[in-house]
Design a protein around this ligand. Structure first.
Ligand SMILES: *Cc1c(COP(=O)(O)O)cnc(C)c1O
Length: 398
């Protein structure tokens, strides 16, 4: 993954700045920190790159989603539309907030579809938690139309989509707020970390306060700050922020390299007429972290994955059978297994999770093969990979 691939002297320099002063905390300690505010600088880089008015860094992409739910006023007993294909974190965040997820269909965009959302809405639906999967934006024209028509609050989990734009606008800025992950596997990493963006000052304040025990961060006596709402500790450390800051300064070059490498491989795979590709990708606005293609059948997709493994092609994923990304493997969720009582136990699930019918999502996911794009491939590596992939797929398709 690109973030970890490009880790180097720039990250070490930023971390060393923090180690020199020992100012590990993001707020206060003005004298000790000698003018170094890594978390603030990281947030400033995020606003500059995304075009958001506000950014607030937190401890992870998971806790970032929790702050989005709070800012959207989604809590106990509220129904919220979610996708069945997502890293599991936003589903967990929904349950832990006491809210009730309603699973809706995705389509070949690999994200919730406008029709899928519309079909899942009930009179009790309050919000949509959209997840922009695998580095590119969902179909924002269609989704905004549905949200407006039904007066639904939109929040965006862009955990895998830093660098993704839809018609010039960054993901995360279409609804109330959006969140990104900086864990070790993401396009830009802080080791662990997350950040939220929004154009709404009140939403920003709620996020910032809820991620720090309600602190308003006014004045310079932390213990005497007013508190209007309850919060918790989802703060980012200056050490993580230092890494994230250096990585944000590389996002454009990562994206450029990804786009170039992905375009080459896609052109190669287009030699094979049986393959189709993720739909509605805004090519200019693609973070290009993954290349996604469909085989005509699930059987062929499984065979391609095995052939890739046999031929030493690294970085391919078959998300359909992944334990943490697709609903088919989420027995713990369908059984509502948790050590304590959640909102869903009290109110009952809004859907029969064990017998969900999501035929479109099943079809799409069972035929999908994804390849992680590296920003650091050389031209000869890329050519060799293209040859190997084309040969492997041709062997399978016959
Ligand atoms: C990675 C990810 C998260 C969680 O981020 P962490 O930083 O690992 O907590 C949330 N949502 C999506 C879509 C992700 O890919």
């Amino acid at each position: 993954m690109p973030g970890m691939e490009v880790y180097g002297a720039e990250e070490r320099k930023e971390v060393n700045d923090v180690l020199e002063t020992g100012a590990l905390f993001r707020y206060g300690f003005d004298e000790l920190r000698k003018g170094m505010w890594k978390t603030k600088e990281f947030e400033a880089e995020v606003t500059k790159f995304t075009g958001a008015k506000y950014a607030h860094a937190v401890s992870s992409g998971s806790t970032a989603v929790t702050t989005l739910l709070a800012a959207a006023g989604v809590g106990l007993g509220d129904e919220i539309v979610v996708p069945p294909f997502t890293f599991v974190a936003p589903i967990e965040a929904t349950f832990l907030a006491g809210a009730l997820p309603i699973f809706a269909e995705i389509d070949e965009t690999l994200c919730l579809s406008p029709e899928g959302i519309e079909a899942a809405i009930t009179p009790n639906t309050k919000a949509v938690l959209l997840v922009h999967m695998l580095g590119a934006s969902a179909d924002m024209d269609g989704i905004m139309e549905v949200c407006k028509k039904h007066n639904l609050i939109l929040i965006e989990d862009c955990g895998q989509a830093m660098g993704a734009f839809w018609k010039g606008k960054s993901v995360g800025l279409f609804g109330k707020a959006g969140s990104f992950s900086y864990d070790y596997f993401k396009i830009t990493t802080a080791g662990e970390g997350g950040v939220t963006i929004t154009n709404d000052e009140l939403v920003y304040n709620t996020i910032a306060q809820s991620s720090d025990h309600g602190h308003t961060h006014e004045g310079n006596n932390r213990g005497m700050e007013p508190h209007h709402i309850m919060g918790f500790n989802y703060r980012m450390s200056e050490l993580s922020a230092a890494v994230g800051l250096a990585q944000m300064r590389k996002i454009k070059s990562i994206r450029d390299a990804n786009q170039k490498n992905k375009a080459y491989l896609k052109t190669r795979l287009q030699e094979i007429p049986e393959l189709t590709f993720r739909t509605k990708v805004d090519v200019e606005g693609d973070s290009a972290a993954t290349l996604n293609f469909f085989l005509p059948t699930s059987d062929l997709a499984e065979k391609v994955i095995s052939q890739f493994a046999e031929d030493g092609i690294a970085g391919a994923a078959y998300w359909f059978t992944n334990q943490y990304h697709f609903i088919n493997q989420w027995d713990h969720i369908k059984n509502l297994s948790f050590p304590a009582k959640l909102g869903v136990h009290h109110f009952g699930a809004p859907q029969d999770y064990k017998n969900l019918q999501l035929p479109k999502s099943q079809d799409v996911m069972s035929r999908l093969v994804s390849l992680g794009i590296r920003a650091t491939w050389t031209e000869s590596e890329l050519k060799e990979l293209g040859d190997k992939m084309v040969n492997a797929i041709k062997k399978v398709i016959g």
